[in-house]
Design a protein around this ligand. Structure first.
Ligand SMILES: CC(C)(COP(=O)(O)OP(=O)(O)OC[C@H]1O[C@@H](n2cnc3c(N)ncnc32)[C@H](O)[C@@H]1OP(=O)(O)O)[C@@H](O)C(=O)NCCC(=O)NCCS
Length: 167
């Protein structure tokens, strides 16, 4: 863990860096810059960025499902390629979970091993169950798209915010 890693919510001035990280990931669906900027305004409390050296090195965007407020849906996770393998993504998930949700959900495509391992490791570290079920078949999408499988993790125990790597 680098001494200057700081975890916290994003602000609207961060939206363009989130867009760049998503673009450079080459894996994530790239949304418009506008959507990342607006996300940083309206979903900052359920999203997190990690800063180091004055730049954003990773982010998780998430929202509480409107009909299921205890369920945090993780929309996108990205870590700068040079910063992977330092548990940044895992610590960002822990940061958000420590802010009080009972379940974490995300969708994962079958070819995304890193994403599968990330959520499996998070469930393991929390001692929580992970259920995988089909959610979005590829035919729902325009053009070619892999099916999206729902990962649902929980129930999670409440933990104090100091239990994760946030500072
Ligand atoms: C997926 C991603 C966010 C992981 O970031 P990271 O900070 O390197 O992940 P962590 O170091 O926190 O690793 C968490 C767990 O996943 C595993 N993992 C991470 N990347 C992996 C990979 N490429 N292959 C296999 N396992 C991997 C780690 O070993 C760890 O498991 P462990 O505790 O059992 O060792 C990063 O690779 C990334 O930005 N990828 C491109 C975007 C993407 O695919 N996002 C996910 C879809 S929303």
């Amino acid at each position: 863990m680098d001494a200057d890693e700081v975890f916290g919510p994003p602000g609207i001035e961060d939206g363009r860096q989130l867009w760049r990280l998503a673009r450079d990931s080459k894996t994530l669906d790239l949304n418009s810059p506008y959507s990342y900027i607006l996300w940083c305004r309206d979903f900052a409390a359920t999203s997190v960025v990690v800063r180091s050296g004055g730049r954003i090195r990773g982010f998780v965007t998430g929202y509480n499902r409107p009909e299921h407020p205890g369920t945090l849906f993780v929309w996108q996770v990205a870590v700068d390629a040079a910063w992977r393998g330092r548990a940044l993504a895992g610590r960002m998930l822990a940061y958000l979970a420590d802010r009080g949700c009972r379940f974490v959900e995300a969708t994962v495509t079958p070819d995304n091993t890193a994403s599968d391992r990330l959520f499996a490791a998070f469930a393991r570290d929390r001692g929580a169950e992970l259920h995988r079920t089909p959610l979005l078949p590829g035919e729902l999408f325009p053009g070619d798209h892999e099916p999206e499988e729902l990962y649902r993790i929980g129930p999670l125990d409440a933990r104090p915010a100091s239990a994760s790597g946030d500072r």
